[in-house]
Design a protein. Sequence first.
Length: 391
Amino acid sequence: MSHVVIAPDKFKGTLTAAQVAAHVAAGLGRASPGLTTIQVPVADGGDGTVDAAAAAGYRRVELGVRGPTGQPVTASFALLDGTAIIESAQACGLTRLPGGTLAPLTATSRGVGELILAAVRMRAKRIVIGLGGVACTDGGAGLVTALGGKLFDASGTELPPGGAALARLDHIDVSRLRDLSATGTEVIAATDVDNPLLGPRGAAAVYAPQKGASPQDVTSLEEGLARWADVTEQAFGFVKRDEPGAGAAGGLGFAALGFLGAAMQPGIELMLDLLSFADHLPGARLVITGEGALDEQTLHGKAPAGVARAAAAAVPDLPVVAVAGVCSLSPGQLRSAGIARAYALADIEPDLTRCLERPGPLLEDLAGYIARDWLMGGPGAGHHETGIPRR
């Protein structure tokens, strides 16, 4: 029996990916009773990655780690059959800042290293680190300290956490640094960002302002990251500062590449593989993907475009449509991403406040229009640009 695969990302700030999928499934079920749906909530390595893995059958492991300001937070990672999926934002995300107070100069990635150690203790042989949504710009220095490294200035004083302090870095004591390669652990960094560590496209210049950094702060962080790269590359013999993705997650990509020997992979492609997305496509009539805002960023490796690519590679004629809160992409841009049509909450509820207050019921209404357009009388039936009446 044919079925519909529902594979959305989260609607950031309102619904998790699993909740989006559930509401779409409910709406389809009302419009087309007896329809079989398969829900595969997805993520691209950033916020929501652990939630998506848990929805796919991974076990959620919770533990206390140090958050971005050093205060304890409860974070989780996902574990299944020796594969651990770690979401950096769980440990040092912007949402983990006490009171939401930004700390661009002092925030640390130490908690990510603590999650890695916990996964190793649970005998994970493959560790996937989702890079994104973090509050720190410390080049992964905090991660390295969690693994046993110690950072000192010229006077032998241990450096405090954060990217700004790295400008004073003189040497690193690695006598107790945990070597993951000795345990045979494979590390993969999941990111859709190709920024280098330094320069006008680097971690400080591009992303630190989003974390509260002033122009002066950006200069301080750039100096710290440059010193971090100089000392570590000279001491350990790796040169990773210009590698694509080294600047991801405040430079966590640099530490993953250099200290963990990580391989970089596009986040959504890696997650779709881990979630066995392609296994659900044979016999499907339609794929429904989506995210909160379909915009220019969607075209550059975000989850809906990745879902559409994967579907086209597995079943070339399988139509893919998307749901969203808002959509600023033209029909031509959508088609270029492999998406036949977008259905936005704003199409049926122009009041943005109401969209944010009741996205679930609105999604179920949208699913009814999708069912009418694509599942009643064949794909594309009734499909036209003004087919959704506005309220």
